[in-house]
Design a protein around this ligand. Structure first.
Ligand SMILES: NC(=O)c1ccc[n+]([C@@H]2O[C@H](COP(=O)([O-])OP(=O)(O)OC[C@H]3O[C@@H](n4cnc5c(N)ncnc54)[C@H](O)[C@@H]3O)[C@@H](O)[C@H]2O)c1
Length: 444
């Protein structure tokens, strides 16, 4: 029996069976072996807290450490953990959560960590993930895996060399509505031969992030961790030094789905971007791009756009072919199928009440998948009741418990392919391909 298992059994005996049933962190669902996993959170900002909260809903996950260079984030996460563990009747867990500023100190002192969740700005991902892997930890690292392909490749290499698990946070890979949609298209051919993918993330104008004066990080700390100013520290997404911009930040989620569903990598990308709407931000705010794919069934094209100047239509992905089109999103209301005229529906779609979407009779996917039997029903319940990241984290922890990297829904090698497809949009914008017009061309 390893230390973690011994600890689990000890706690279970101490608490008594009744209390244990009531404690979600130690419920019988704690994993096939009921092994409690010790976890560190590296980067406790907006997304780090989302992932932390999702982990608090997963049985058998115990945070031992929080690491963040911002005392505000550090304190917020530590307090949240202490208060939740207290509510769960686990004061001892809360009391033993340690806070760190420097990840090296955390790795040095927290030898018992099984895994680290990395949710720092993208330019830190490679250094953080590689150090954790080399320290023998399994790693869940947020997307975009890195803002450079060189660093993303180094992450793949480190995972291979250390034999540790590295899951990248493309959470749609663990989302049952995406998994079932893929099955419908691949196995049941509901869309016929796929010829077109479409994706968008349309977001309205948002002001820059601010901070209260009393939480200003000292200039020396900012410098030591690579940030040029407090404004850059808060708005790192908009600067070339720290991020690859909105196409990576938002597009990586959705461009990832294109290759996954088409079962091949793109063969070419053309792109355009605008960087003149916000005079004080570096990255392209609006990017439109088109990919060419050579699938087993023939050629297909994909169009993707990310906007930061208009929110109409928000975000979704759509896959179309000569048999119909599936639209999917992390929003259950935006998941539906529209058949081409004359297309015969599979049994699980027959007799379902359709809804009118943009003038089309659409079959709601959640209802169709729920019709596929108890497994489909349970999958849609999970989709509608669990947070989207929780499912991806659950996949990560299940893979750790099995000790099998092949169980990961988005390992580093798979995510690297997405990083290539996404990050190459930037040179494609810079290349300004296509045909340039001169004013004279429009005069007959
Ligand atoms: N999967 C998703 O849906 C999703 C959603 C949002 C963000 N993200 C990703 O999560 C990551 C974090 O994004 P965010 O929105 O939380 O950013 P954020 O700026 O809100 O948080 C980043 C945190 O990291 C800390 N930090 C910065 N450098 C550090 C260092 N060297 N060591 C320790 N801590 C450090 C900051 O103090 C801050 O608390 C990014 O990679 C982003 O792309 C993913």
């Amino acid at each position: 029996m390893d230390v973690n298992r011994r600890e689990f059994v000890k706690s279970a005996v101490a608490m008594g069976a009744g209390a244990m049933m009531a404690n979600r962190a130690l419920s019988a669902e704690g994993g096939a072996e009921g092994r409690v996993l010790n976890v560190g959170l590296l980067g406790a900002g907006t997304q780090g807290r989302v992932l932390m909260d999702d982990c608090l809903s997963i049985p058998g996950i115990r945070f031992r450490a929080v690491c963040d260079i911002w005392s505000y984030s550090q304190r917020y996460a530590s307090r949240r953990l202490k208060s939740q563990y207290k509510k769960d009747g686990h004061e001892d867990w809360g009391e033993s959560v340690n806070a760190y500023e420097d990840y090296r100190e955390m790795l040095d002192k927290e030898k018992e960590l099984d895994a680290v969740i990395v949710a720092t700005p993208d330019f830190w991902h490679a250094e953080h993930a590689i150090a954790c892997l080399k320290a023998g930890k399994d790693v869940y690292c947020e997307k975009e895996m890195s803002n450079t392909l060189e660093n993303a490749a180094a992450m793949v290499k480190a995972a291979k060399e250390t034999g540790r698990l590295l899951q990248i946070g493309h959470q749609r890979r663990s989302n049952p509505v995406y998994q079932y949609a893929l099955r419908m298209m691949r196995d049941d051919k509901v869309c016929g031969r796929l010829t077109i993918c479409y994706g968008q993330w349309n977001r309205g104008v948002q002001p820059k992030l601010e901070w209260p004066d009393r939480y200003e990080v000292e200039a020396a700390t900012l410098k030591a961790f690579g940030f040029d100013s407090m404004e850059h520290f808060r708005n790192w997404r908009w600067y070339r030094k720290y991020s690859a911009g909105p196409i990576a930040d938002l597009g990586s989620h959705q461009i990832d789905i294109f290759s996954w569903f088409l079962e091949c990598d793109p063969s070419r990308v053309l792109a355009m971007g605008g960087s003149d709407y916000f005079p004080d931000r570096e990255w392209y705010e609006d990017v439109l791009c088109t990919y060419d794919y050579k699938t087993k069934a023939g050629s297909a094209r994909a169009f993707y756009q990310v906007l930061n100047t208009n929110s109409y239509g928000h975000y979704f992905e759509r896959f179309g072919g000569d048999g119909g089109a599936i639209t999917i999103s992390e929003n259950p209301k935006k998941c539906y199928y529209v058949a081409e005229p004359g297309k015969e529906l599979p049994p699980y779609m027959s007799g379902i009440e359709t809804v009118l979407v943009d003038g089309h009779q659409a079959v709601p996917l959640v209802t169709a998948i729920s019709n596929m039997g108890p497994e489909g029903k349970a999958a849609m319940e999970a989709f509608q009741t669990k947070n989207v990241h929780q499912l991806h984290l659950e996949n990560f922890f299940a893979a750790i418990r099995k000790g099998d990297p092949k169980e990961l829904n988005c390992d580093a090698a798979e995510a690297y392919k997405t990083a290539v497809a996404v990050l190459q949009v930037i040179p494609a914008v810079e290349a300004a391909g296509g045909v340039a017009f001169q004013a004279a061309d429009f005069k007959a």
